[in-house]
Design a protein around this ligand. Structure first.
Ligand code: ADP
Ligand code: MG
Length: 573
């Protein structure tokens, strides 16, 4: 969930806001959150996101109430920017959030699937099928579909760079030309390889300026001196643009406290009447500075990373001795550098000695665009990797970062999950055929729901065809013919033609599909189980319990202005 405002106050009368279509229809006496309303919200969310699916997906521009603009193609990010108050809308949102947090990618797919499964369920119930049969059929179908995905997936080893690059390209295609996509995909694969495909040690940095081809992988920690409060003494770098300064095989000291003169505990004024006393104070200060400098140089330190401030004159002195100093380093970065370089951090420089310093292959100070950064590479103790993403503007850089984030999650799921399956809707189509075939052997009415579930899975290839500008009917019948003939990897290519996806290198993690299936069926059966949406305020007045719950004179009910914000609340049974 995001921090965007979902308050209900002061929003009436702003009916032109796009998010308004996700508000619940006002509840009337005769219609307390009808089933039609519940299903319509899920459908509206799916329709909004459907144009963003796949390599030809369009972007959404989100403008929040403070005027901040985000341009994105990622389903979860679009939903984060929308205010959805309708109860069913919130259930759909939580399904999409679950996919985004557990699996990473596939949030648009999830929205489409939930929308389609709920619309189908509504049609089945309206045509007379009991909700219990719908639920039974859906659960059986999801199990069959998941079984299919497991058997269709192929494991991918960490060393299979080509296959992993294909997975990464599939996650990012449609944005850039093939060369740029492959370049970005290879950077993501390389960065993760060093971390055994555990993204926990990977940091993504996005900077405006430069193009997508300027992205790079840094085998180590990158500290952004603009976003962290780190500043450094390397004046040349700040003044001379894209220059860099490199220290090779440095000894690195980590100082957790300040490196300054001892501060007085209270503000005080010292009056000096005699020049000799002043000279004495100055020489004492100099001695204390010299002793700190001496502690640093005696430990043969080349780089000092300090968590707090460093005395200005001492920094100048350090610079003269060729020691690079970084002050006010962010706590998380400080700890990461300490761990990765093997340094034992000290509270005061006087505690420094050779045994407590760490090391790295290089420490490089440079600027990326206009941002000064410091890179620690070749770290002996713990692997860290950083990926630097560039984009013409802030919006492009940030969206590129989101896409590369999805790509990294897909790589993790591929290696640590169940491997890959054909993309381009091929696996959804094949799973649909598998489910429909098995549904025939079911003897009760849930068979109808099971078959309808199979049909709903085709929403993914159908939307991919639509977004590619092809005629969905023609493509879907061609696709069905290919699957009937046994081509289980026939899918919809980026040009809107039916092609073999594995041969076209369009593969995606099986976990994205099985994650979608499991969460989507849980969500839809939960909504189907809901018999009524009850409005607490309306109930109070109908049942005549007003007096029991009100203590103010106008008979205003607590239930309506409490934590539920006055909106109908879903009760399941
Ligand atoms: P999601 O948020 O669900 O990940 P995307 O917009 O990333 O949505 O689209 C993912 C879908 O696009 C997947 O079904 C994937 O197989 C398909 N896809 C990606 N690249 C290609 C391609 N080159 N050709 C065909 N389909 C592709
Ligand atoms: Mg995606």
């Amino acid at each position: 969930m995001t921090s965007n405002s979902r308050s209900h106050s002061g929003e009436t009368g702003q009916s032109s806001h796009p998010a308004d279509r996700f508000r619940p229809t006002p509840v009337t006496d005769s219609d307390t959150g009808s089933a039609a309303d519940r299903y319509a919200v899920a459908k509206a969310i799916a329709e909004t996101l459907s144009t963003t699916l796949g390599p030809n997906g369009l972007d959404k521009m989100l403008i929040d109430r403070s005027g901040t603009v985000i341009v994105t193609n990622t389903g979860a990010t679009v939903l984060d920017g929308l205010e959805i108050d309708a109860p069913t809308g919130q259930v759909v949102r939580s399904a999409i959030d679950t996919q985004a947090s557990r699996i990473g990618d596939g949030s648009t797919t999830m929205a489409l699937l939930v929308g389609e499964l709920l619309t189908t369920a509504r049609d089945l119930i309206e045509s007379g099928l009991h909700p219990a049969s719908v639920i039974k059929g859906y659960l059986a179908a999801a199990q069959l579909a998941n079984q299919y995905v497991t058997t269709a997936s192929t494991p991918v080893s960490q060393s299979d760079t080509d296959r992993l690059t294909n997975v990464a390209v599939t996650a990012i295609t449609g944005r850039w030309d093939d060369t740029a996509a492959v370049n970005l995909a290879s950077i993501a694969v390389e960065a993760l390889k060093r971390l055994e495909f555990d993204p926990a040690g990977l940091t993504l940095h996005a900077y405006p300026g430069g193009g997508v081809t300027d992205a790079e992988h840094i085998d180590g920690i990158l500290i952004d001196t603009d976003t962290s409060s780190t500043d450094s003494e390397s004046q040349e770098v700040h003044s001379q643009g894209e220059q860099s300064q490199t220290v090779t095989a440095p000894n690195i000291a980590l100082v957790d406290g300040e490196i300054t003169q001892a501060a007085l505990s209270k503000p005080a004024t010292v009056s000096v009447s005699d020049p000799d006393t002043l000279t004495e104070i100055r020489s004492h200060e100099q001695q204390s500075r010299d002793s700190r400098l001496e502690s640093i140089t005696a430990a043969d330190v080349d780089v000092v990373v300090c968590q707090q401030a460093i005395d200005d004159e001492l920094r100048t002195a350090l610079d003269h001795h060729g020691v690079v100093s970084l002050a006010r380093t962010r706590r998380d970065e400080f700890d990461a550098i300490a761990q990765a370089t093997g340094a034992d951090s000290v509270a005061d420089v006087t505690e420094l000695h050779a045994g407590r310093v760490g090391t790295a292959d290089t420490v490089r100070h440079r600027t990326i665009g206009s941002t000064p950064v410091v890179e620690f590479t070749g770290l002996p103790e713990e692997h860290h990797a950083s990926v630097v993403i560039r984009g013409g503007t802030d919006h492009v850089a940030e969206e590129t970062r989101r896409i590369v984030g999805d790509c990294i999650q897909n790589l993790r799921q591929t290696v640590h999950g169940d491997g890959v399956v054909p993309g381009g809707g091929a696996t959804w189509m094949a799973a649909a055929c598998h489910v429909a075939e098995h549904a025939q052997s079911m003897s009760d009415r849930s068979q109808i729901a099971c078959e309808a579930f199979a049909d709903s899975l085709k929403i993914i290839p159908r939307t991919l065809a639509h977004n590619a500008g092809a005629d969905p009917l023609t493509i879907m019948s061609a696709l069905a013919a290919r699957h009937d003939a046994g081509d289980t990897d026939a899918g919809v290519s980026a040009t809107g033609a039916v092609k073999r996806m594995v041969k076209s290198n369009v593969v995606e993690p099986a976990a994205v599909i099985s994650g979608c299936l499991s969460t989507a069926v849980e969500t839809t059966t939960m909504v189907v189980r809901i018999d009524d949406v009850l409005d607490a305020e309306k109930l109070d007045s109908t049942v005549g319990v007003n007096n029991a719950h009100t203590d103010d004179h106008d008979g205003h009910s607590h239930a309506s202005d409490g934590e539920h914000g006055g909106y109908p609340w879903a009760l399941s049974h």
